[in-house]
Design a protein around this ligand. Structure first.
Ligand code: PGA
Length: 232
């Protein structure tokens, strides 16, 4: 049976109080969500919120797994400000790598991204590798072969024009890119991201090659995010 990923990317948003309100509201709505056996719900909040999430998931019995939004390209050591894979592994199972905002504002290139992927794998974290064009996956493929990594990875296709713009790609275009990605990288899940909401999510997840969605803005509202999960 096809497993569908619904992943929330909170970016640099929400304080602790706001996160707790979201968690309570999401918990109140969770009965709306059925068929969770076929859905994998992952929330990627800021590092500062991961441990609150971890305890709330247990206390409120929430059907959520956790992801970080980034990982240090270095292992533990004297790297002020960095959060490394070993630290993330205590709190999360997934990690977003190479989001277009990190490529743009923090000048992340494929060399750094490949280091991050390797470190994520070495700590048993599943990378959610974001790409906005197919050539970015070609660089990753070569390095992955070099590292001889054989592990399932999630690739999020997020075209730049669709991020935060309320102008998503068409499901058909996204599906054809997802098909290309699956030809280039074996054994990957491909998800789509960019202006996904409760009304358009079905168009994407119904496509043959799309295994889920990465949701930014619409995931910040517990009610909207619950609707997205329910509609999948
Ligand atoms: P958006 O963001 O859903 O707000 O377009 C998606 C993302 O940047 O991951």
């Amino acid at each position: 049976m096809k497993k569908t990923f619904i992943i929330a990317n909170w970016k640099s948003k929400k304080t602790e109080i706001e996160a707790k309100l979201w968690l309570q509201e999401f918990s109140n709505l969770k009965s709306q969500n059925s068929n969770l056996d076929t859905k994998e719900v992952i929330v990627c909040p800021s590092f500062t919120l991961l441990s609150i999430f971890k305890s709330s998931i247990i206390n409120l019995k929430l059907p959520i797994k956790l992801g970080a939004q980034d990982i240090s390209p270095f292992d533990e050591g004297a790297y002020t400000g960095e959060v490394n894979g070993k630290q993330i592994k205590e709190l999360a199972e997934f990690v977003i790598i190479g989001h277009s905002e990190r490529r743009k504002y923090f000048k992340e290139d494929s060399e750094k991204i490949n280091k991050k992927i390797q470190l994520a794998f070495s700590y048993g974290l599943t990378p959610i590798l974001c790409i906005s064009e197919i050539k970015q996956i070609q660089n990753v493929k070569i390095k992955m072969q070099n590292y001889n990594i054989k592990c399932k990875i999630l690739v999020a296709y997020e075209p730049l024009f669709a991020i935060g713009s309320k102008q998503p790609d068409t499901p058909e275009d996204a599906d054809s890119i997802a098909e290309e990605i699956k030809k280039l990288l074996e054994d990957v899940y491909v998800i789509y991201g960019g202006s996904v909401n409760a009304d358009n999510v079905n168009g994407f997840v119904d496509q043959k090659n799309i295994d889920g969605v990465l949701v930014g803005g619409a995931s910040l509202d517990a009610n909207e995010f619950s609707k997205i999960i329910a509609n999948v």
